[in-house]
Design a protein around this ligand. Sequence first.
Ligand SMILES: Cc1ncc(COP(=O)(O)O)c(C=O)c1O
Length: 295
Amino acid sequence: MTNWTLAARAEKMNPSVIREILKVTEKPGIISLAGGLPSPKTFPIESFAAAAASVLATDGASALQYAASEGYTPLREAIAAFLPWDVHPDQVLITTGSQQALDLIGKVLIDAGSRVLVETPTYLGALQAFAPMEPQVVSVASDSEGVLIDDLAAKAGSGADKARFLYVLPNFQNPTGRTMSEARREALVAQAAALNLPLVEDNPYGDLWFDQAPPKPLTARNPEGCIYMGSFSKVLAPGLRLGYVVAPRQMYPKLLQAKQAADLHTPSFNQRLVSEVIKNGFLDRHVPTIRQLYK
Ligand SMILES: Cc1ncc(COP(=O)(O)O)c(C=O)c1O
């Protein structure tokens, strides 16, 4: 294919640095702290074995069939129930990892040249997901408590150059590890609302605290102004590729349409497996064991 003409957006795609790192970590004897790679010791393999047998025995045909793009209803209900603010299951979209959520959000909110605000530094995988949409990525200065509010106002832009959103990781930020303070969260949500700037909140690590749970999510403070992303990768197993988005009602249909076009739906079997594993309070017992191990 030496003389094929590639799309201009393909020129914007780069090999994922994270995937390159993961290739190295697959070699024996290597423990890498470079990616957010869960310890395999935390994978509840026996619970998955039991759940797989149960799902196949009781719901096998549906588990192996095409399914709704929104996701498996009992799983959406479980997610809505465990999030710490008032979420309706209709607002939960199951995604193929939260990485897919980044892709869908980018497709729905970014035009070529759109201003997109990010923390300094930020998750490389998000930059990679947004890159094909050709945004103008603008860094907002941060300190040990998170994004600097004055710099956010200065970088938000206006008119046609108004930022489409701020992508932000308040808990155990990748790559810095920093957690945004309560005061900074309040100030950020207030400033974003004043600027009418959507917040895209990515929270794959929020449950993995050692001594004290982090303050409540940004989205819990202003659900209509935020898109929230969660993941089962760090609390169950990343190979499942199971994440989710909680979106305001006017955004949801567009994310759903992007999801339909991308992969129809997240694997039915994996969704039922997780739904089966987490029922009866499993995460309340399992997640503390992960915290303990990492501590
Ligand atoms: C900040 C952040 N967001 C998203 C992801 C993607 O996670 P998932 O496995 O849910 O796609 C990661 C993975 O390490 C991450 O660190």
